[in-house]
Design a protein around this ligand. Structure first.
Ligand code: UD1
Ligand code: CA
Length: 461
């Protein structure tokens, strides 16, 4: 049920300078989903009446990601005034003027934080009828984070940013996670008063905490149980660390759901992949994008599947496949490259050193060795001899090759498209097939062999 007293502000306007990237930081990916996508998925779980995402740097691509991951969410533009305080101010200004509930602020660069932790924070905030409740974390290395400053009684007094902190303050290991609950009233009264007297010359949201303390408003910092939940991604070292952590959780989840994973350390499973029971994943395997794998399929080692569908009991070994459909009990590899539009039927085979693209290979059909099959249809039970190549490209246009059912092609056949081979036909070894072959015919295009008797005798003596 929607919580009409809850609004969520997602901060995603920053450039992410420390990533040193042309891509906005919040669009760098973790398990195949941008950081911002993870945060928006969490925001959605909280069933807030309002979700507002603040954008500025590369605003169009970031706004498009918001629409993708939380369709219909409000996007507001931060102006040229920098800082997290300003970002929250423009977001609060975009809420209905009569909204008087709680505002949860989350960062687009804190992807692993889960909805249950935020709900716990919100409940603590509401129990205490606080003006602000912030999620803190006790960390070993607090470098870069804002520090939680407490008084002699242990009560929260203010947040000081790392770059503005004294040596004593830098020794504090309790840090600000960048996740907070504020009452809308507390924000509306104080955001306009924020100054920018700090090392970065920005309006810091964190200064609102100190202002509330000065006004004797009830404020609280609640430490999170697992500090890694709130790890912010500011550079690529943190990105890979978070990726490994998330992957370990995803792999474990699938193991508990009945998937055999031989080597969790080298097995990568994206967020949107789905695997059935008794799927087996061998080492060095990446199940990427929205790949689905049915029961009993065996994938790997050394395999990447991006946005693929794999049928039950298929075997895919040392392969790279994108947007391919691999039928039940089909076999692929070792050393196969399946490009978009490949569809392999039940029990079919794409074997060793074979590349396919936009190729429909019917049930029981086999392309076992050393082939390129592009823009082609191959009928049921057909066998393509070793080295069969579709010459689909005339230098200007691509043309189709249609090979019927139960055809036997020879080794080293070239199919010069457009060309059609009828059901039951046979092609001789080495043939260059430039003309259509009728059903059940034998096609030969290689000059008859001529033997020169005793040729070696004359040459080597
Ligand atoms: C911020 C907090 C710090 C906390 C840390 C936790 C402030 C001043 N500091 O620091 O106390 O320990 O997060 O991860 O808030 N953003 C905007 N508009 C801006 C600037 C930033 O929307 O003008 C967004 C960024 O896109 C990012 C988030 O706010 O998603 C945090 O900004 P970032 O620059 O990463 O802040 P930190 O230095 O990490
Ligand atoms: Ca950050």
């Amino acid at each position: 049920m929607t919580d009409s007293h809850l609004a969520i502000v997602v901060l995603a306007a920053g450039q992410g300078t420390r990533m040193k990237s042309s891509r906005p930081k919040v669009l760098h990916e973790l398990a195949g989903v941008p950081l911002l996508g993870h945060v928006l998925a969490t925001a959605r779980e909280l069933s807030a009446a309002h979700v507002v995402t603040v954008v500025r740097h590369e605003r169009d691509v970031v706004a498009a990601a918001v629409e993708e991951f939380l369709p219909g969410a409000v996007v507001v533009d931060q102006d040229e005034i920098p800082g997290t305080g300003r970002a929250v101010q423009v977001a609060v200004d975009a809420l209905p003027g009569d909204f008087e509930g709680d505002v949860v602020v989350v960062s687009g660069d804190v992807p692993l934080l889960d909805a249950a932790t935020i709900t716990g924070l919100l409940e603590a905030h509401r129990r205490a009828t606080a003006a602000a409740t912030l999620l803190s974390a006790i960390v070993d290395d607090a470098t870069g984070y804002g520090r939680v400053v407490r008084d002699a009684e242990g009560a929260l007094t203010r947040i000081v940013e790392h770059r503005d902190a004294s040596d004593d303050e830098r020794a504090i290991r309790e840090v600000n996670s960048g996740t907070y609950v504020f009452t809308a009233a507390a924000l509306r009264a104080r955001l306009p008063q924020l100054g920018s007297n700090n090392d970065q010359g920005e309006r810091y949201l964190t200064d609102v905490i100190g202002m509330l303390r000065t006004d004797d408003e009830p404020i609280e910092a609640v430490p999170v149980g697992d500090a890694w939940l709130v790890e912010g991604i500011n550079d690529r070292v943190q990105l890979s660390r978070a990726a490994a952590r998330l992957n370990a959780m995803i792999v474990r989840g699938w193991q508990l759901a009945g998937v055999t994973v031989h080597d969790p350390e080298t097995t990568w499973i994206d967020m949107r992949a789905t695997l059935a029971e008794d799927v087996e994943l061998l080492p060095n395997t990446h199940i990427a994008g929205a790949t689905t794998i049915e029961r009993g399929a065996r994938i790997g080692p050394d395999t990447t599947l991006l946005d693929c569908e794999v049928g039950a009991d298929a075997v895919v070994k040392r392969a790279d496949a994108t947007l391919a459909v691999i039928g039940p009990a089909a076999t692929v590899g070792p050393f196969a490259y399946l490009r978009p539009g490949t569809e392999l039927g039940e029990g079919g085979k794409i074997g060793t050193y074979v590349e396919t693209k936009n190729a429909k290979i019917a049930a029981g059909a086999k392309v076992p060795h050393l082939s390129y099959i592009g823009d082609a249809t191959i009928g049921e039970g057909t066998n393509i001899g070793a080295g069969g190549i579709t010459a689909n490209y005339d230098g200007v246009n691509k043309h189709p090759t249609t090979i019927g059912a139960h055809v036997h092609t020879g080794v080293h056949n070239a199919f010069v498209a457009p060309v059609t081979i009828g059901d039951g036909a046979t092609i001789g070894a080495g043939a260059v097939v430039r003309k259509d072959v009728p059903p059940n015919a034998l096609a030969l295009s290689v000059a008859p062999q001529r033997n020169v008797e005793d040729w070696a005798a004359g040459k080597h003596r």
